[in-house]
Design a protein around this ligand. Structure first.
Ligand code: SF4
Ligand code: SF4
Length: 204
């Protein structure tokens, strides 16, 4: 992974990840019924293996718009250093939606966790949880390109929420409580720097 560009661009690191400060200023609201799930997602090899280990439960909770043939669920594995294990596996798109999205717009993996009374994101791939946040070249950043490709994503231009505020739960999941507290402190520092002109707000 070439992290040199990010090293030059960002200064703050939490839990080993550089922080793109745009998350403190970029306006965002999540208010559509899951358009991002229509394109599938890249899972880490370990997440892929976890999903296969519960395949019987997954099949049981699928509906007629989903394929119950396990061989149709994933694309070929590919090397990718942005993933923890170094291997990414994409979910297939079936009937114009991720193979795990049911006809009611629910993620089957999340549905299973809820049915079992488990943590809701127990089986859900990290990049599904994070979007529109993502990781790139060693930094936690915003997948602006993908947001802009999705006509129903972030459609309220008057929202006052920032990505940080809209995705607090996701950020806590990613960084843990201590890491999130550090992120909140960094936000205060960064916003003060913008206020006093030390830093430029690049989202304007
Ligand atoms: S992240 Fe965007 S596309 Fe996904 S559910 Fe929220 S608004 Fe919709
Ligand atoms: S795995 Fe679930 S959350 Fe992720 S894209 Fe597919 S349906 Fe959506």
């Amino acid at each position: 992974m070439d992290k040199s560009k990010m090293n030059e661009k960002f200064t703050k690191k939490i839990n080993g990840w550089f922080i793109d400060p745009q998350i403190f200023t970029y306006k965002f609201i999540c208010n559509c019924p899951g358009e991002c799930c229509h394109y599938g997602v890249f899972t880490d090899l370990k997440e892929y293996q976890t999903i296969l280990s519960i395949k019987d439960k997954v099949i049981k909770n699928m509906d007629e718009t989903q394929s119950k043939n396990v061989d149709e669920w994933f694309e070929e594995q590919a090397e990718d250093d942005d993933f923890e294990s170094g291997i990414a596996v994409g979910t297939e798109v079936i009937n114009n939606k991720c193979t795990f999205l049911d006809k009611n717009g629910l993620c089957t993996l999340q549905k299973i966790a809820l049915i079992e009374g488990e943590y809701k994101w127990k089986y859900k791939p990290l990049y599904c949880i994070l979007f529109p946040l993502t990781t790139f070249e060693g930094a936690l950043t915003i997948d602006i390109e993908h947001i802009e490709r999705l006509p129903y994503c972030n459609v309220d231009p008057n929202t006052h929420l920032t990505m940080f505020e809209a995705c607090e739960e996701e950020l806590k999941h990613f960084f843990g409580e201590d890491g999130f507290a550090e992120l909140r402190n960094y936000r205060e520092e960064y916003l003060n720097e913008i206020k006093f002109g030390v830093n430029e707000d690049v989202t304007k």
